[in-house]
Design a protein around this ligand. Structure first.
Ligand code: CA
Length: 310
């Protein structure tokens, strides 16, 4: 079991900020499930969660998943500028029916402000993991000094963040295109901004990495299984977001089964197409699998199918 191995060498939990679109796909729920289980094992400490889309049941559905593990007090923020109404809410309403705290979206702060406060309070560097739209990261980087910090967003990230892991882009061919970086104009611009201005190492888990790794499903214990069932993914989904979460928990790309291609990434703000210029000294990198697909599937399902503790 991976978590048992990791616990032997982890002196203290890795502080993590988790951004998620919590939107049209249920693999975000699997990613959160992995992070919460890792926190229960002492491997990570989730400092804040930013939902970079807004649906009616965003916050209560996400909090219900956290509360299953006694972690309902993890702060949740929303990217209200990303709100797009009318999209079919496939699993959020179902999960929100299990929320016992009465939390609503209106109770949640702006995600970038939540991040700023939690980053400013850190005494060590954190990892930012984002498996959704890049608007939250752009708003964080563009944020001016405020009452929680005299630092600009870029300065704050440079001082308090060791690396940013993003599920986004497609890197196995020039001019690749992927949903998180290309759906909606705001996300295309944000992805371009992130690549141009991120002051710390930026690691991409691309579309090509997760598409063939089918994990999860309706038999996963707790609300994660209910999310997969409500999403009509009873037999599983590709593993983009859970793979990115497991990389963050593992804390080491090689140990997580990846090599890194270093260089400089760019996203065209008009089309959302991404491009990559290899450079050994570059601060960006995309992941390439070094193991067979079963390696990743087994690791993820082994964690997702752990029973919830009583
Ligand atoms: Ca996602």
């Amino acid at each position: 079991m991976l978590f048992e191995q990791l616990k032997q060498n982890r002196k203290k939990p890795i502080p993590i900020f988790f951004g998620t679109d919590w939107w049209s796909d249920c693999d975000d729920v699997a990613a959160l499930d992995i992070l919460l289980k890792a926190q229960c094992c002492g491997l990570v400490k989730i400092k804040a969660i930013g939902i970079n889309s807004v649906m009616r049941y965003s916050a209560p559905s996400l909090q219900a998943v956290c509360a299953q593990y006694g972690l309902g007090d993890i702060p949740i923020g929303l990217v209200t500028s990303a709100g797009r109404k009318g999209f079919l809410c496939m699993y959020q309403k179902k999960l929100a029916s299990f929320c016992q705290s009465g939390l609503t979206n209106a109770d949640c702060p702006e995600a970038f402000k939540l991040y700023r406060g939690a980053l400013a309070a850190l005494s060590e560097k954190a990892v930012i993991l984002d498996v959704g739209f890049p608007g939250l990261l752009m708003e964080l980087l563009q944020s001016p000094p405020d009452d929680v910090s005299d630092l600009s967003g870029i300065e704050l990230v440079k001082e308090k963040v060791s690396e940013i892991i993003v599920m986004g882009g497609r890197w196995d061919k020039p001019g690749g295109k992927e949903y998180n970086f290309s759906a909606y104009e705001v996300n295309r611009k944000a992805a371009a901004y992130l690549c141009a201005h991120c002051p710390v190492p930026l690691i991409f888990l691309g579309y090509e990495v997760g598409k063939d790794i089918i994990t999860g499903g309706k038999a996963v214990p707790g609300l994660t299984g209910k999310a997969y069932a409500a999403h009509f993914s009873s037999n599983g989904r590709p593993s983009w977001d859970p793979m990115a979460a497991l990389l963050a928990v593992t804390g080491n790309a090689a140990a997580a089964g990846y090599s890194l291609v270093r260089g400089k990434a760019a996203v065209d703000p008009a089309s959302g197409n991404n491009n990559f210029t290899p450079d050994e000294s570059g601060s960006h990198a995309f992941l390439v699998k070094t193991m067979g697909d079963d390696f990743y599937k087994k690791r993820i399902d082994e964690i997702l199918y752990l029973p919830l503790e009583e």
